[in-house]
Design a protein around this ligand. Structure first.
Ligand SMILES: C[S@@+](CC[C@H](N)C(=O)[O-])C[C@H]1O[C@@H](n2cnc3c(N)ncnc32)[C@H](O)[C@@H]1O
Length: 880
């Protein structure tokens, strides 16, 4: 769609002196046809805004043109001044949506008869309405002679080919104002055409695309017209300027045509930090020194902040002028990049995650809860996107509430400061970059083992406190549940005290250093761009790609550090490059070690082979076998290999693992049992602490030797928990989603002469029937899921299976497990049938010294059993 805007300049008369401010104030004093929105404007807001923006740009051009003329004429002040009639300028506008824009060229425009387009059907052909609107702002003073003032101050003549005596609005069809400069016959406005003008003309020459319409601005026309009204005093040919009377809105490419974020070959995908900085500096330089920016608009020019310091100069120290520093920081803020955010209010009180999911489904992925859950913030890439989102969200009624969205942009500094404040609240140590004097090794240690400076006792207290926090939350959340059918099911939650159950003293790890049996090292480049095996210093998702050797990491065992160092030497000598995570090129990607208490060592080398021939790949495998088995000095039990050309980092289950030497397996001992483990199977990383955890688990299962018991080992990995308890129960059922782990589990059962086990290689939620069908005199479920817990359907199945009397839940992230805990304990409802469970004891077991992680084990028992027992006891008491 194309919209045409016509305008005709209108005269004003005033007889006093003309100042620069007066000229500049034309923009303010000239009545804008945009000041009132009619129906069409409301319905076509985008075009309305485009027209509005074009209008202001046009006005700006007029002012610039006049100023330039004045400047050039001031230098010729001594020349003759011609008399002129009083006149002034203003504009008259009419709009109409047009199907086809008339062809525009600077020359054709000036000679074309003026066309008029009503802003809306209702205002069609209503020149008087436009007139009235204009007249409302027009004052007699404003209508004084601009021409006379220009003549007086700058020695130019203004001629108006219309009735200059009238103070009324003249016909919109009248010709534009013509400024003449009698004493400069050779001067031509076009010869001093500023950058802006050229740019706008260039836009006019752009081929239009069929995509959505966006604004370009008016073509700007300067004519050296043969004017018939020659000055009496000079009788010379006059130089005239006329402004183009048409604003044309071109159709151009849509935002999606410009968006190349998915295009991997686009330059923006390949920017290194140094190149990005260079580009930013070039842009800053251009904006600062070359770009033509109107005085009033300078405050809106954005500069990339890193450059600003060198432009604005360093802060003065001590007795420096505080006010000036304030100005600098204000300037910095003004010029800083803006984070385009919208604030969404009237969200439902609960269900944050559901709301988040809902907004994700609408394409708003960067969704953050506000400091309170009365609103949320959505971040977008541009102001235009934000405006679009505001419009969309304001039309949504979600769960009966009409959502309210408003644009709430923030500077990057503000966002960083807010998150720093948030971090402080959460107890995280936030160090500003300039105050960070840590060595790279210390930074890495802080990242990998954040509690390494805290004594171990204190670490345990801290971890226990975190576990208790979740237990307290469990009790509170259950007690706060509404519409409870049978409150007696959750009596325990209404009891006095914050704790829901007995909490045992935390159990520490017998080994606190070098305990990790499994380490996954990244191969990349260190801070000096040397190939290195170690850990990423920072998060890759934050754009960090430097790799540091693991020597400073307390939890990495010496044998793993040695393997990493040996591999380091190997790749530095290799003719193949390390993998570059930015360019996505290179070969060496990841090194994984499994170093067990048995002395077994598994090494896995992952490479990118896209650039290698089959022969070269084969040769490198042979090199590796020779090196690790004969030259490395490491006693390697098995060497395995993975080719991974995809973009995800770290080990993957999407590519096969090839055994290069040994049989692909290693062994570990736990509580007197022997376990085989493969490269991809899960196995606890701290063997001595795991033994304590499993022994405690067996103790709490309290298997009654007089009863036939089934043990459900849900998320069983290589079968460790079930196998360590198998001899005391009738039957063990293990369910695990990694098939290789189940293969290991079956072998492990055989290795330990266990015959009463059945394994399923499946997700637990897909084997609900196995859970519900496992009937016996006593059924106990041990749940040892990953960090985010199990699917709610698994909890529902456990509740539905009346025969399950006890659940031992082992969680490595109690905060994430809370939803499972609540689902297990909430009273019966349509969604959660079956009697609930209640917590009876809990203990923190530390498997990960110097990190924030630990295991929380909670014993839950079926409420039904307890209630019946109590009733029986009561009856007995009454009878007695
Ligand atoms: C924390 S590990 C515990 C493994 C085992 N209990 C042990 O101690 O060695 C969690 C295990 O759950 C498995 N897992 C994750 N999601 C699962 C699901 N939905 N169904 C079954 N197993 C799952 C993982 O593969 C992993 O082996």
């Amino acid at each position: 769609m194309t919209t045409i805007v016509n305008y005709t300049q209108q005269k004003r008369d005033e007889d006093d002196d003309m100042s620069l401010a007066d000229i500049m104030s034309l923009r303010i004093s000239s009545p804008s046809p945009m000041e009132e929105k009619n129906d069409w404007a409301v319905q076509n807001e985008l075009y309305y805004k485009q027209i509005q923006s074009s209008y202001y740009q046009l006005q700006y051009l007029q002012q610039q043109q006049m100023l330039m003329m004045m400047n050039s004429s001031q230098s010729r002040r001594s020349s003759t001044v011609s008399s002129s009639s009083s006149s002034t300028t203003t504009s008259h506008y009419r709009y109409k949506k047009s199907r086809q824009p008339p062809p525009l060229s600077p020359s054709s425009l000036s000679s074309k008869p003026q066309q008029h387009y009503p802003l809306s059907p209702s205002s069609s052909n209503s020149s008087s309405s436009t007139h009235n609107r204009t007249s409302m702002v027009e004052t007699p003073k404003r209508r004084q002679s601009l021409g006379k003032r220009i003549k007086k101050v700058f020695g130019m003549t203004v001629e108006l080919p219309m009735d200059t005596a009238s103070t009324k609005m003249t016909s919109p069809t009248k010709s534009p104002v013509i400024l003449s400069m009698p004493n400069s016959p050779n001067s031509s406005i076009s010869s001093i055409k500023p950058r802006h003008h050229r740019r706008y003309n260039d836009i006019n020459q752009l081929p239009s695309s069929p995509a959505s319409s966006t604004v370009s601005t008016t073509s700007f026309n300067t004519n050296n017209t043969n004017n018939t009204n020659t000055s009496a005093s000079t009788n010379k040919k006059k130089k005239c300027v006329s402004f183009n009377s048409v604003i044309k809105l071109h159709e151009t490419f849509s935002a999606s045509d410009y968006d190349r974020r998915c295009d991997t070959s686009a330059t923006c995908q390949k920017l290194t930090p140094v190149l990005a900085l260079k580009i930013k500096e070039e842009l800053n330089n251009y904006k600062l020194n070359e770009m033509f920016v109107h005085l009033d608009s300078r405050q809106n020019t954005h500069f990339f902040i890193s450059f600003l310091g060198s432009v604005l100069g360093k802060k003065r120290s001590l007795d420096s002028d505080e006010e000036e520093q304030g100005v600098v920081s204000k300037k910095q803020k003004l010029n800083e990049n803006i984070v385009h955010r919208i604030k969404v209010s009237h969200l439902p009180e609960r269900d944050i995650s559901l709301v988040k999911k809902y907004f994700k489904s609408l394409g708003y992925n960067r969704f953050n809860k506000g400091p309170t859950w009365s609103y949320a913030l959505i971040t977008l890439d541009s102001e235009a996107q934000a405006a679009d989102a505001v419009r969309t969200i304001n039309q949504i009624t979600y769960k009966g509430q009409k959502l309210v969205a408003e644009y709430a942009p923030q500077t990057e500094t503000d966002v960083r400061e807010n998150s720093a404040r948030k971090g402080k609240k959460k107890g995280k140590i936030m160090i500003a970059e300039e105050d960070d004097h840590r060595t790279p090794d210390e930074k890495l240690a802080d990242q990998v083992t954040p509690l390494w400076k805290v004594d171990y006792e204190t670490q345990l207290v801290k971890k226990n406190r975190n576990s208790i926090k979740q237990l307290v939350a469990l009790k509170r959340k259950i007690a706060e549940l509404k519409n409870v059918r049978d409150e007696s099911q959750i009596d325990w939650a209404y009891e006095k005290g914050a704790l829901p159950c007995e909490v045992l003293d935390p159990i520490g790890s017998p080994v606190t250093e070098g305990y990790r049996t499994k380490c996954e090292f990244t191969i990349g480049y260190n801070l000096d761009r040397e190939p290195t095996v170690g850990f990423l210093l920072g998060l890759y998702r934050d754009g960090v790609t430097s790799v540091l050797e693991p020597s400073a990491c307390l939890n990495v065992p010496d044998v793993a550090k040695k393997i990493a160092a040996v591999m380091n030497e190997y790749i530095r000598k290799s003719d193949l490059p390390a993998y570059d995570r930015v360019e996505k090129t290179g070969v060496w990607r990841t090194l994984m070690t499994k170093t067990q208490s048995t002395g077994d060592v598994l090494i896995l080398v992952q490479i990118r082979a896209a650039d290698l021939t089959a022969e070269r790949l084969q040769q490198e495998k042979e090199n590796l076998v020779k090196f690790w088995n004969e030259e490395s000095g490491v006693n390697v039990t098995t060497l395995v290999f993975q080719v991974w050309d995809g973009s995800s980092n770290g080990m993957t289950d999407k590519a096969p693992i090839e055994v290069l030497s040994g049989n692909g397996y290693i062994h570990e001992n736990l509580l007197g049992n022997r376990f085989r483990l493969s490269a991809s199977a899960f196995f606890q990383v701290n063997t001595p602490a795991t033994e304590i955890l499993y022994a405690k688990c067996a103790e709490w299962c309290a298997i009654d030797p007089t009863k036939k018991t089934t043990l459900l080992d849900l998320c069983c990995g290589t079968g460790t928990i079930g196998i360590t308890m198998a001899k005391s129960v009738e039957h063990v059922i293990g369910i695990e989603m990694v098939p290789e782990a189940i293969v290991d589990a079956k072998v492990n059962a055989e290795l330990n002469d266990i015959k009463n086990v059945t394994y399923y290689a499946s997700k637990v939620e897909d084997k609900i029937n196995v859970v519900t069908d496992a009937v016996n005199e006593e059924v106990i479920a041990v749940l040892d899921p990953p960090r985010n817990g199990v699917h709610a359907s698994v909890i529902r199945a456990i509740r539905d299976a009346k025969h399950i009397s006890r659940v031992i839940y082992i969680s490595c992230d109690s905060k994430q497990a809370i939803d499972n805990f609540i689902a297990l304990c909430r009273p019966t409802s349509n969604r959660f049938r079956g009697m609930p469970f209640k917590p009876v004891r809990a203990v923190t077991v530390d498997l990960f010294p110097h990190t924030e992680h630990c295991e929380l084990m909670v014993e839950f028992v079926r409420v039904e059993e307890q209630e019946e027992e109590e009733e029986e006891e009561k009856k007995e008491e009454e009878e007695a």
